[in-house]
Design a protein around this ligand. Structure first.
Ligand SMILES: Cc1cc2nc3c(=O)[nH]c(=O)nc-3n(C[C@H](O)[C@H](O)[C@H](O)COP(=O)(O)O)c2cc1C
Length: 213
């Protein structure tokens, strides 16, 4: 086995100078996101690790895909009755992290989570491939299923239910928007003396701070 302690990378791809950072979290995230999307070395630039807290106070984290990004926050889509859905119903807050290893960059966000409007969910759902639409109807996300065959049978049932007609968004499925109260940009630097710039909302005003790495 490879000794994980022997794995070492020197981060020297870039730096985050105070004068180069945008004056707000959104344009800065957009700039980094666009660079990530444009680079074929970055796989699934919109993948984000999304952490929630269960009703019992236990954290959980999973990967989801960002499907909306604007000044209001980041939007992901999921099953409202999933484990994360139950967590968010009890504690409507999340922490999220994007990491673009090829760029030696990380962005962390925290904030309140709200469901997006039904119109927004329906518009996004309509843009999905039909097989993904069927999957959203068929999968009781986070529940135990008896077997792969049982899951495939649920997909077949959904196929039969909708035949060739249009597929509406399931009522138990939709978007979540993380409305940030803090967004931190991290750029790896040599000697582990990384750059960290955090935008933080305090009393209605966004502060910009540099953090020690
Ligand atoms: C690359 C990747 C993208 C994913 N995108 C989504 C997504 O957009 N929405 C979603 O509900 N689950 C997505 N998943 C699956 C989740 O990680 C997770 O397995 C699922 O949402 C159930 O999580 P939960 O049981 O904590 O609710 C993705 C997984 C990976 C690895």
């Amino acid at each position: 086995m490879t000794d994980p302690a022997a794995l070492r990378r020197r981060y020297a791809r870039g730096h985050l100078d105070d004068e180069a950072v945008a004056d707000a979290w959104f344009p800065q995230l957009l700039a980094w996101f666009d660079e990530a999307v444009a680079d074929p070395a970055v796989v699934e630039a919109n993948a984000v690790q999304w952490a929630t807290v269960s009703p019992e106070g236990r954290p959980a984290v999973r990967t989801v895909l960002i499907k909306g990004l604007d000044e209001r926050g980041i939007v992901v889509y999921s099953n409202y009755e999933s484990a994360k859905g139950r967590d968010l119903a009890a504690h409507p807050y999340a922490a999220a992290v994007l990491v673009w290893h090829a760029h030696e960059r990380q962005v962390r966000l925290t904030g309140d989570v709200e469901q997006v409007s039904r119109a927004e969910t329906e518009a996004y759902f309509a843009s999905r491939p039909r097989e993904s639409q069927l999957g959203a109807w068929a999968s009781p996300q986070s529940q135990v299923v008896e077997s792969r065959a049982a899951l495939d049978a649920l997909v077949e049932q959904a196929e039969a239910q909708f035949a060739a007609g249009p597929i509406p968004a399931p009522p138990h499925w939709g978007g979540y928007r993380l409305v940030p109260d803090a967004v931190e940009f991290w750029q790896g630097r040599p000697g582990r003396v990384h750059d960290r710039i955090r935008f933080r909302l305090t009393d209605g005003t966004w502060l910009r701070e540099r953090l020690a790495p």
